[in-house]
Design a protein around this ligand. Structure first.
Ligand code: NAD
Length: 305
């Protein structure tokens, strides 16, 4: 089998058109809609993510504000910055970029974020709503992985509901921001779900016995080449969330690869999302979609006061 490539760029372009219309509608009605990121220090990946978000916001005409704190900022400075953004009526979505410095307790920062502006659902109230299957906002990476899969099923003429109900989805990686939301989204689609992490990898049998039964593998471990063709059942669908920098042997330059060894997985799978060009492009647009959704919620909340 030679897998179909699940095209994240095309999926992101379609989503972007829909979000652009929603953002335009808010502008025309004079309702505020703006994204603010909070970054502490100068982490390379956080800065790259910040630049991508600025670009996506610019392209959608969504105002973007960068809130940068020095590397030495402590708990109080970070929570004060969040309090300012909570109170700012022009800002509708707030994203706290990771990593935070060692001295800042992430969970305490997330707790202070206004649940209505918490577009990555990191505040316990929003994380709880997601776990209950009634999300206010779906975190962008997990949402994008499933949006990509849902869209591919639609394009393939598959009945989504029937597909999920008969499928075993194995999620590799169990972080609060990616793996756990993926698991929630999988079981709220009524799929059979297994969640595995590095401990399953380290066990005597490794990931193979879990993955070889899976109809869908979603991998978000941050380990280049973790999943190979021999792990994957013939005809499975593989969604690769991982983004790992590796040095290209030919050019000596850094390039990004996923957690799946693309060539060997594609030789057995029915469909696979590539890296780059899979989940990543959808994620940035999804965050804008959540910013627009937050603007709607906040304008409704303001009108009700
Ligand atoms: P994380 O480090 O917080 O969590 C990684 C998870 O994978 C943990 O549960 C860990 O136990 C598990 N894991 C690590 N090694 C493993 C192994 N050998 N076998 C099985 N499980 C293993 O990372 P994260 O924030 O969840 O991100 C995961 C990956 O997704 C990273 O590559 C990150 O860059 C990428 N990511 C992509 C997007 C996107 O838009 N595509 C967005 C966010 C994160």
């Amino acid at each position: 089998m030679s897998a179909e490539i699940i095209d994240g760029r095309a999926c992101a372009a379609r989503l972007k058109q829909a979000v652009a219309l929603e953002a335009k509608d808010l502008r025309e009605r004079g309702l505020p809609c703006a994204l603010s990121t909070v970054m502490v220090g100068d982490d390379y990946s956080a800065a790259a993510y910040e630049r991508r978000l600025r670009r996506a916001a610019d392209e959608l005409d969504i105002p973007y504000r960068r809130h940068a704190l020095p590397r030495g900022a402590g708990q109080r400075q970070v929570t004060e910055a969040i309090a300012d953004l909570n109170a700012d009526p022009e800002v509708t979505g707030v994203l706290v970029l990771r990593p935070l410095p060692a001295g800042v307790r992430e969970a305490d920062v997330f707790r202070t974020l206004s649940p209505l502006k918490d577009i990555e659902a990191v505040n316990p109230e929003n994380a709880g709503l997601l776990a209950l299957g009634t999300p206010r906002y779906v975190p962008s990476t997990a949402a994008s992985a499933f949006h990509l899969l849902d869209s591919w099923l639609d394009d393939a003429g598959e009945d989504r509901t029937a597909f999920y109900r008969r499928s075993l989805i194995v999620v590799v990686g169990r972080s609060n921001n990616v793996g756990k939301p993926l698991v929630s989204l999988a079981y709220h689609r009524q799929a059979a779900v297994e969640s595995v992490d590095e401990w399953a990898s380290r066990s005597a049998t490794g990931l193979g016995p879990h993955l070889r039964r899976a109809d869908v593998v979603i991998v978000a471990a941050g380990q280049a080449g973790l999943i190979t063709g021999e792990h994957v059942k013939e005809g499975a669908v593989v969604i690769d969330v991982g983004i790992n920098p590796v040095t290209d042997d030919a050019t000596g330059r850094l390039r990004m690869v996923g957690d799946a060894d693309f060539a060997s997985v594609a030789a057995r799978a029915r469909a696979v999302s590539p890296v780059p060009g899979g989940v990543g492009p959808v994620t940035d647009i999804w965050l804008m979609r959540n910013t627009v959704a937050a603007a709607r919620l906040l304008s409704g909340a303001a009108a009700a006061c």
